[in-house]
Design a protein around this ligand. Sequence first.
Ligand code: MN
Ligand code: MN
Length: 489
Amino acid sequence: MIKEENSKSVHELLYEKLILNNKNGFSKISEEEENSEQNETKKMKIDSINNFCKDYKIFLKKSKTERETVDEVVKLLTDEGFRALENLDTLNSGDKIYSVNRGKGVLSAVIGSEPLEKGISIIGAHVDVPRLDLKPNPLFEEHGNAYLKTHYYGGIKKYQWLAIPLAIHGTIVKQDGAKIKICIGENEEEPVFCITDLLPHLAHDQMQKKMNEAINGEILNVLVGNIPHEEKKVKDRVKFNTLKLINEKYNIVEEDFLSCEIEIVPAFNPRDLGFDRSMIAAYGHDDRVCTYAACRAIIDAKEPPKTAVCILVDKEEVGSLGNTGMQSRFFEDKIAKIISLKEKSYSDLMLRDTFSKSICLSADVGVAYDPNFPEVFEERNTSIINGGVMLSKYTGSRGKSGASDASAELVARIRNIFNKNGVIWQMGGFGKVDIGGGGTIAAYVANLNIDTIDCGVPLFSMHAPYEIAGKFDIFMAYKGYKAFYEDKD
Ligand code: MN
Ligand code: MN
């Protein structure tokens, strides 16, 4: 829902929506308008949206796991002159740095002109996405087929993972520490993998079951082979043959599966959606859309007065635990390090003072009003697709349980930054109050005594193998994040 004082922006928004892609979709620009100076600006705006989204699709295509996402982010950062924090022994205003956390998270920062103790501007997003992980002993043969056993990660609707093309991505660490990267199923020439579903003809009993009971987690076995090995003496010849093929390709043995992180992900690539190409359908918008927008914002931010920090974390989908999740000490450790290198001195109090004056945008996706399911939404307090970047005062469920709930003062401050910088935004919510809800990293950042508010992109089909985001919202998230970093008040 857009606020009244934004009414001019609403008009602008609708106009931009109509001509979002004037090259390949339909256009509302008349020939008369074509030449006007005002229209030049509009065309530039549309080009900016389309170019940004084009780059985002390229990023997303290469970022199907948290490790791949971090690798892509580091490429973006180093291309723009960001340097590894670990290699520096002093920091000055204008310096750009990054620090990787075990390949699954990364903090980047641009040192501001003001002292850190006046507070820093933080944007936090997560790089993990719901998926199927391989179990430690994954490979088995059953009835002449080879399968991989999985354990799902994060909140999925299990039935959505059957009968779709799947790819295998991940890292295997050999006993000697050597790392082998795996990625198969993405190119046209490569095979894909699949979890089979029951044909409707024989699914009478299955179709009577509740949706959360119809597919048992233990049947999420990925079909990976069918040809038996020629050696007749070995047991499980199809499994043996599959293992041999894997060994030839990656030089690994069965025991190596015990020390691997292999993820089964949808094999589809990001595509424009709609005749007007106004949306993007893809795997992993949650939360790589905010990840990408935040990275581009810290790269493009012009001389941020306060130190700008972008923290990308893992494990959000399973509670933000572990040393790569938001609840780990990594974030505090790196800010402490930055303080010590910038201020040439350090105390615990300096770190606490810095946090107490800092603001964080918890950059995560939210729900968009879906007219196919009106029964779960409260229309007046739900974001819409292509209505602008979404602010959420609180998340949580049933009585705001689990929410950090941003203060009215913070909402006012962010509203002001967005309005004065032409960022089109909307206030979001998480469905009807008694129905359910969700959470983000916001509460864990807020626990550090940092003013935190959720701010991201609304989605259709969140957590599905194919999620939908609006191009206009993606661009406005970037614009909003950049304005936040550059804000001088
Ligand atoms: Mn998320
Ligand atoms: Mn999520």
